[in-house]
Design a protein around this ligand. Structure first.
Ligand SMILES: Nc1nc2c(ncn2[C@@H]2O[C@H](COP(=O)(O)OP(=O)(O)OP(=O)(O)O)[C@@H](O)[C@H]2O)c(=O)[nH]1
Ligand SMILES: [Mg+2]
Ligand SMILES: [Zn+2]
Length: 292
């Protein structure tokens, strides 16, 4: 029998086998035979040990299309990164880091700005302009009015999508609308800290229908840049692409060099100052890291 690992807790793996439902499995022999640890998202072959108690053993992990390091999940088709358009205001540096990390792992990212209902039109415009101009797919939603939610549902169809974003932006609220049986707890950040138990600690997949899964992953408050040379950073800012061939110097870092076409585009408003500032900050971070 085949299935997909939807959750892993303390040595047990929960395998969703379509119509047959979910089995609680061990993975005896897997590490020894295949030298890999099962991940949420893995497609597996299993044997059923007890059909009434719904217990099984994972016999084989089927080939992965990809394997993300953060979050640690396999076979992800796309990432849906959720930030709030307001309350909390989006942290652009964190968003850009996340986008770089996904591109580094070859996972297409779609940006969703939630809480559209409480953001000013001006704030929404800034978000739209900044990230559409940077070449990303951008969606706006509200878990309260449900605006944009159907569009997200269409986006998820037939794919396994990993949902990520900082705490308090409405990830669980949106997942509950998309997969009501997920039954995720939602709440105010302050209340959460007091009680300290809503926070997602494990990645978990929810089946939306036969061939669509959504993966809730632990929220993040910081992200390390992937290991790369500072010279590679520019390739993660695809909006620089059409200008960088016109810089005076080949290999221009677009920081202190004269006759830099990227800086010229910046001064003419064709490149977003938010994105450019993040580029500079991240460039310095890579430079400092390499010095030692
Ligand atoms: N106005 C408004 N409030 C929202 C929206 N979506 C979520 N909220 C509220 O924002 C708060 C946080 O929502 P959650 O869904 O718990 O956020 P989360 O991203 O899952 O947070 P963590 O689990 O801590 O990572 C709750 O009080 C929600 O009711 C929205 O679209 N508009
Ligand atoms: Mg949540
Ligand atoms: Zn340049």
């Amino acid at each position: 029998m085949q299935g997909k690992i939807i959750k892993g807790i303390a040595g047990f793996y929960y395998v969703h086998a379509g119509e047959s439902g979910v089995y609680e499995c061990k993975a005896k022999g897997i590490f020894r035979n295949q030298k890999i640890k099962p991940l949420v998202g893995d497609n597996v072959r299993m044997t059923i040990l007890d059909d009434r108690d719904r217990e099984g053993n994972i016999e084989e992990i089927l080939p992965r299309t990809n394997e993300l390091i953060r979050p640690a999940v396999a076979n992800i088709d796309q990432a849906l990164v959720i930030f709030a358009a307001a309350k909390p205001k989006p942290n652009f540096n964190l968003l850009d880091r996340f986008l770089i990390l996904m591109q580094y792992q070859d996972v297409p990212a779609v940006i969703c700005f939630n809480k559209q209902d409480i953001a000013e039109e001006q704030e929404l415009k800034l978000l739209r302009d900044t990230y559409i101009n940077a070449g990303y797919e951008v969606r706006f939603t509200s878990a309260v009015t449900q605006a944009g939610v159907e569009e997200i549902r269409r986006l998820l169809k037939g794919k396994t999508t990993s949902v990520a974003g900082p705490s308090g932006v409405g990830k669980s609220s949106l997942i509950n609308l998309l997969a009501p049986e997920a039954g995720m707890e939602t709440g105010d950040i302050s209340r959460k800290i007091e009680r300290g138990r809503h926070t997602t600690r494990h990645s978990e997949l929810f089946a939306l229908d036969g061939d669509s899964y959504i993966c809730d992953t632990p929220g993040f408050s910081s992200i390390y840049l992937p290991d790369m040379e500072k010279e590679e950073l520019g390739s993660f800012f695809s909006e620089f692409g059409e200008y960088e061939g016109h810089c005076r110097f080949q290999g221009c870092a677009h920081i202190h060099e004269p006759d830099c076409a990227v800086k010229e585009a910046l001064s003419e408003g064709r490149i977003s100052p938010i994105r450019y500032e993040n580029y500079k900050l991240l460039y310095d971070e890579l430079k400092d890291k390499r010095r030692y």
